[in-house]
Design a protein around this ligand. Sequence first.
Ligand SMILES: *[C@@H]1O[C@H](CO)[C@@H](O)[C@H](O)[C@H]1NC(C)=O
Ligand SMILES: *[C@@H]1O[C@H](CO)[C@@H](O)[C@H](O)[C@H]1NC(C)=O
Ligand SMILES: *[C@@H]1O[C@H](CO)[C@@H](O)[C@H](O)[C@H]1NC(C)=O
Ligand SMILES: *[C@@H]1O[C@H](CO)[C@@H](O)[C@H](O)[C@H]1NC(C)=O
Length: 427
Amino acid sequence: MGTLRAFSLLALALSLLAVASTVSGHNITQILSDTPDYSSFNSYLSQTKLADEINSRTTITVLVLKNGAMSSLAGKHPLSVVKNALSLLVLLDYYDPLKLHQLSQGTTLTTTLYQTTGNAPGNLGFVNVTDLKGGKVGFGSAAPGSKLDSSYTKSVKQIPYNISVLEINAPIIAPGILTAPAPSSGGLSNITGLLEKAGCKTFASLLVSSGVLKTYVSTIEKGLTVFAPSDEAFRAKGVPDLTKLTQAEVVSLLDYHALAEYKPKGSLKTNKDAISTLATNGAGKYDLTTSTSGDEVILHTGVAPSRLADTVIDETPVVIFTVDNVLLPTELFGKSPSPSPSPAPAPEPVTAPTPSPAKSPSPAEAPTPAAASPPAPPEDETSPEGAPSDSPTSSEDSNAKNEAFHVNAPALFTALVVALAATSLLL
Ligand SMILES: *[C@@H]1O[C@H](CO)[C@@H](O)[C@H](O)[C@H]1NC(C)=O
Ligand SMILES: *[C@@H]1O[C@H](CO)[C@@H](O)[C@H](O)[C@H]1NC(C)=O
Ligand SMILES: *[C@@H]1O[C@H](CO)[C@@H](O)[C@H](O)[C@H]1NC(C)=O
Ligand SMILES: *[C@@H]1O[C@H](CO)[C@@H](O)[C@H](O)[C@H]1NC(C)=O
C-alpha cells in the first residue's frame, strides 16, 4: 500500500471519527433553537455553560421555560444564581410524558444537576414530581413545606433514553436559591483563602508573591478558570525546582494554570480543541488539551497529564479546580534541558515505559513462554505501549499522547475498520 493511500485512509478514518463523536450525543442548544419561545432559556443555558453539562450527560430530563416564565429569573439575578435555578430544572433521570403518569404511589423525589454542584445543602437539590388529580403533573422543591408551584405543560422532544425535554409553566424555586450572594460580593474576593482551605497553600502563596493573583482577578468579569495544583503536587518527584526559574518563567508557569474564560467541568468534558491559557501570547502557545475517562477529565500539557481533582468553587463566571500535578507547559519544560539547568529536567518519561518499536512479547507476558495461545497479535491493539509507536512523537509528550490514545482507542479502531471497509469497496 502506497504512503499516499495510507495517508488518505488515515484522513478518512479521522473524519469518520469526527463525525462519530458529534453524532452520538445530543445538542440541547440545537433542540431548543427551533422554538423562539425558548430563546431566553436557551441563551441562559449557553451563558452559564449548562448546555455543555447537559450535552455531556445521558438519561436526563430538561424542564424548559417559555420566555414569559423565564422573565422572573432573567436579568433579575446574578448569572451564578440563574445557573443554580436552571440546574434545578435538569433532572438526572429520564421522564417522558408516559412515565410522569406512571410514578409509583404517584409521587417521587428526583436528583437534579443542582445537587451535584455542592452548592445545595440538605435535599435542596432534589425535586418533587407528583401526578396530581385530573392528569396534571406538579413539580416543586423537595424541601419540607414547599408547594408544587410548577406544572407540566407539554412535551418538547424525546431521544430515548438519553434526553427528554419537557415544558413547565414556572421555575422550581428551592428555599434560598434566589438570595445567594453574587460571587463578587461573596467569598470570591478572597481567592487565596479559598485555595488555602482546599489544600493549595503553595500555589496560593506563589500567586501572591509573583503578583499573578492580580492578573487572575483582572479577568474575573470576562470569566476565570483556575487549575490549582495541590501542595502534594508541588512536593512530587519530577517537579522542576522553581527557584531555578527566572521571575518571568514563574509568571508564565502560574499564568498557565488559568484561563480567561469560564469553563466548568461539563465544558471541559465536551471540549475538543486546544485551550488557550493566560500564558498564551505571541511568543508561545502555552495551551492545554483535554480528554475524558468516565466522569474524569484529564488535562494534557504535552509534557505530562494531570487529573482534574475537586471543584473548589463553581460560581459563574468563576470556577476553581484542584489538579493532581503541576501543569508543565512544553514552552518551558518540553525541550531538553535548555531553560532550567537543574539536575532532573525530564520529569515524567523516567517512570513511563518508553514505546519501543514492537518487541514481540511484553515482559508481563513472558512467564508463560510457548505453552500458551498462539493468537497473540490482538493484544498489541489494546496495549497502550504498542499503539503509537509508528507516530514520530517526541519522548516528552508520548506519555500524554499515550493516555489520550488509550481513551479514544475503541472509537478510533472502529473508525479505522469502517474506513478500511469503505476503501476496499472503492478498489
Ligand atoms: C445515546 O447516548 C449514547 C452515549 O452517548 C450514544 O452512543 C447514542 O448514540 C445515543 N442515542 C441516540 C439515539 O442519540
Ligand atoms: C449545538 O448546536 C448549536 C446551534 O445549532 C451550534 O452552534 C453548536 O456548535 C452545537 N454544539 C455542538 C457541541 O455541536
Ligand atoms: C411531594 O409533595 C407532595 C405535596 O407536598 C407530598 O404530598 C408528597 O409526599 C411529596 N412526595 C414525596 C416523595 O416526598
Ligand atoms: C482570606 O481567607 C483566609 C483564610 O480563610 C484568611 O486568613 C484571610 O484573612 C482572608 N483575607 C481577607 C482579605 O479576607
